[in-house]
Write a protein that binds this ligand. Structure first.
Ligand code: N01
Length: 540
C-alpha cells in the first residue's frame, strides 16, 4: 500500500495466512431474511450464535472480507495480542479451555472465532465478499432493502455489527504521496515486505504501536518512533496456561467459570477510579513510572516517555518489552508528531528530519465516524451519518430514532476503558434478542426509538461522563469526537449496562404498523394503541 488510502479490509496477502476453511460460504443470497447481520467479527458472530440458540435460523451474516474475524482478522501485525485476559475475552456461552496464555494472541482469538462459527452452525449463514453498500428502510413494505457487493436482499431487521475498530485512520500528512518507499497501516500489515535491515518509521504510540515496535526493533537497521503523546505503560502479567489448567477447565468447566468471574470482578473493581475518582489512578501511575524508570536508564529518553496526563484518560497500555525496545541501538524517539513528508524524508513537528525506507502508521481507527453510518438510510431517506451530524448517539447504545428495526452492536457509548468488550457485546445481544421477542409479541411491523427516550438516555450518560478521567484527565483521545464530546465509552460499571439492556422498554419506542403509509415525517406516523404509559427513565 502506498499513498494516503487504506483498503477497507485486510486481504489474504495482508494477513499472515488465511484461516484454513474460512473462505468458503454457503452460496448465494436469499431474496429476503428476517434478520440481516452486517459483519462477522465478535458482534456479528455473537448475534448469529444468539439467534441460533433462541431457535431462529432465518438470518444471514454479510461480511465484506473473505474470512470471518473482524478486527482480529485484519490486525495481523507482529505481536498483536489482546490486553484483556483470555478467560474474559470470550463469549460466556462459548468458553475456550484451550487458551495458551493468560492474554490471548491475535491468531488464537481468530481461531476461537472460527470455532464459535462451527460450534454454533453459523457457516450456512455466512456470506463473504458481501460488503453492504447501501441499506435503505422502505416504510411501505416495512423492510430494509440492502444492496451488497453480491446482490440485493430485503430484511425485516438489520443488526449492524461492523465494529468500532474496522476502518483504519491515516492522518492527513502533506507530501505522503511523494514517499518512494513502503507505507502501510498497522491494521493492513504488508507481510510481503521484509523489514530486515530497513530504516523504519512508526507513527503513533497507542496499543498497536507498543505491541509491534518490540517485534520489529531487532530486525530493522533504524527505528524512528514518532510520538505525539507518551502513553502510560504498565507491566503485562502474562504467563502460559499450563496443560494441567487446560485439563481442569475441560474436565470441570465450572473452574473456568470461576476463573472468569475472578478476572471480571478484579477488572470491575477498577471502574470507580475511571468514572468517579480519577485521583485513585495515581497509585497505578506510580507503578507505571517505576516500570519506566527500571527499563529506561537514560534520563533524557525517560523524560520524553513520561506522560503528562492522568493515567486512564487514554487507554492504559500493557507491555514488558516496549521500553526496552526503545533503548536498543538504532532506536530513536521523536517526541513530536509527523508534520509532512518530502520524498524519503519525514519532517516532525519539532523541526527534525528523518530519512527512512518504510513508514508504518499505527494511527488507529475511525471510531467516531464509522463508515457504515454513511450507508444506512432510515425513514425519510436520511442517512445515519446525516442524522448524527458528527455526534453519534443511540438509545441504550443500540437503536436510533428514525431507523426502525435497526440495531447497532458496539454502538455509541458502549466502549470500555477497564474491562472486556465481549461482556458489553453480550449485554447488547440480550437487548437485541428481547427486541426481536417484543416484535414477535406485540406484532407491529417495526419498533422505532422515540427521540425523547434517546435524549433522556444520552443526557444521563452526559451527567455520568462529566467527572470521568476521560473528561478530566487532560488528554485528547480517540474516545472523543471533533467537538470534544465522548460518544464512545460507557461511563459506569458493566453491570449497570447489563441491567439497562436486560429488557426493551416499549414505552421508549413507537410501534409502527405494517402496510403502506406516508412515513416522510414523524407526525404522519400511525401508532398502535398503547397499554398503560410507562414513563421512560432514560437511566443508564
Ligand atoms: O490507535 P490509537 P491504536 N503524528 O488511536 C498517533 C484497540 N487495540 O491502533 O496520542 C504522530 O490508540 C496518536 O497520537 P496522540 C484499543 O482499544 C487493542 O494503537 O493522538 N502520531 C496515537 O499515539 C486501542 O485503544 C489492543 O497524540 C500520530 C496513535 O497515533 C485501539 O485499538 C491492541 C499522528 C493512534 O493510537 C486503537 O489503538 C491494539 C501524527 N500525525 C489495539 N496522528 C488490545 O490489546 C496520530 N498519531 C485489545
Amino acid at each position: 500500500m502506498s499513498g494516503t488510502s487504506v483498503p477497507p479490509f485486510a486481504t489474504a496477502r495482508q494477513r499472515e495466512r488465511p484461516a484454513a476453511d474460512s473462505r468458503s460460504d454457503a452460496g448465494g443470497l436469499p431474496a429476503h431474511v428476517r434478520v440481516a447481520i452486517i459483519g462477522a467479527g465478535f458482534g456479528g458472530l455473537g448475534a448469529g450464535a444468539r439467534l441460533r440458540r433462541s431457535g431462529r435460523t432465518d438470518f444471514i451474516i454479510l461480511e465484506r472480507a473473505d474470512a470471518l474475524g473482524g478486527t482480529w482478522r485484519d490486525n495481523s501485525y507482529p505481536g498483536c495480542a489482546c490486553d484483556v485476559p483470555s478467560h474474559l475475552y470470550s463469549f460466556s456461552f462459548a468458553p475456550n479451555p484451550g487458551w495458551s496464555h493468560s492474554f490471548p494472541r491475535q491468531r488464537e482469538i481468530w481461531r476461537y472465532l472460527e470455532d464459535v462459527a462451527d460450534r454454533h452452525r453459523l457457516r450456512e449463514h455466512l456470506r463473504f465478499g458481501a460488503e453492504v453498500r447501501r441499506a435503505r428502510w422502505d416504510a411501505a413494505s416495512s423492510r430494509w432493502h440492502l444492496e451488497t457487493a453480491r446482490g440485493a436482499l430485503t430484511a425485516e431487521v438489520v443488526i449492524a455489527a461492523s465494529g468500532a475498530l474496522a476502518d483504519p485512520k491515516l492522518p492527513d500528512v502533506p507530501g505522503l504521496d511523494s514517499f518512494p518507499g513502503e507505507v502501510f497501516h498497522s491494521a493492513r500489515w504488508n507481510h510481503d515486505y521484509d523489514l530486515t535491515g530497513k530504516r523504519v518509521a512508526v507513527i503513533g504510540t497507542g496499543a498497536s504501536a507498543i505491541q509491534l515496535v518490540p517485534e520489529i526493533a531487532p530486525a530493522v537497521s533504524a527505528l524512528v518512533l514518532f510520538q505525539r503523546t507518551p502513553a502510560w505503560v504498565l507491566p503485562r502479567r502474562d504467563r502460559r496456561v499450563t496443560p494441567a489448567e487446560q485439563w481442569l477447565y475441560r474436565t470441570l468447566p465450572l473452574t473456568q467459570r470461576a476463573a472468569r468471574l475472578g478476572v471480571y470482578l478484579s477488572r470491575e473493581a477498577a471502574v470507580g477510579a475511571f468514572v468517579a475518582h480519577p485521583g485513585l489512578l495515581r497509585y497505578a501511575q506510580r507503578a507505571a513510572l517505576r516500570n519506566l524508570t527500571s527499563a529506561v536508564p537514560d534520563p533524557a529518553l525517560r523524560a520524553k516517555l513520561t506522560p503528562r496526563y492522568v493515567m486512564g484518560c487514554k487507554r492504559i497500555l500493557l507491555s514488558n518489552d516496549y521500553y526496552p525496545a526503545l533503548t536498543r541501538p538504532g532506536a530513536e524517539v521523536v517526541a513530536a508528531g509527523l508534520a509532512r513528508v518530502d520524498g524519503a524524508v519525514l519532517h516532525a513537528e519539532d523541526g527534525s528530519a528523518h530519512e527512512v525506507d518504510c513508514v508504518i502508521f499505527a494511527t488507529g481507527f475511525h471510531t467516531t465516524d464509522p463508515l457504515i453510518a454513511q450507508r444506512v438510510y432510515g425513514a425519510g431517506g436520511v442517512s445515519l451519518a446525516q442524522a448524527w451530524a458528527g455526534d453519534m448517539r443511540a438509545l441504550r447504545g443500540t437503536t436510533i430514532p428514525g431507523f426502525p428495526n435497526f440495531c447497532l452492536v458496539v454502538g455509541p457509548n458502549t466502549g470500555l476503558g477497564h474491562s472486556s468488550m465481549i461482556y458489553m457485546i453480550e449485554s447488547q445481544l440480550n437487548y437485541i434478542m428481547d427486541y426481536l421477542a417484543a416484535l414477535d409479541r406485540t406484532r407491529p411491523a417495526a419498533l422505532d426509538a422515540r427521540p425523547a427516550a434517546q435524549r433522556d438516555w444520552c443526557a444521563a450518560i452526559e451527567r455520568r461522563m462529566a467527572p470521568t478521567v476521560w473528561s478530566t484527565g487532560g488528554c485528547v483521545s480517540w474516545y472523543l469526537n471533533a467537538a470534544g464530546r465522548n460518544p464512545t465509552l460507557w461511563p459506569a460499571s458493566t453491570l449497570r449496562f447489563r441491567r439497562a439492556t436486560r429488557r426493551v422498554k416499549l414505552a421508549e419506542y413507537d410501534l409502527l404498523p405494517a402496510g403502506p403509509r406516508p412515513l416522510q415525517h414523524r407526525g404522519a406516523r400511525r401508532r398502535f394503541p398503547r397499554g398503560p404509559r410507562v414513563r421512560s427513565t432514560g437511566r443508564p
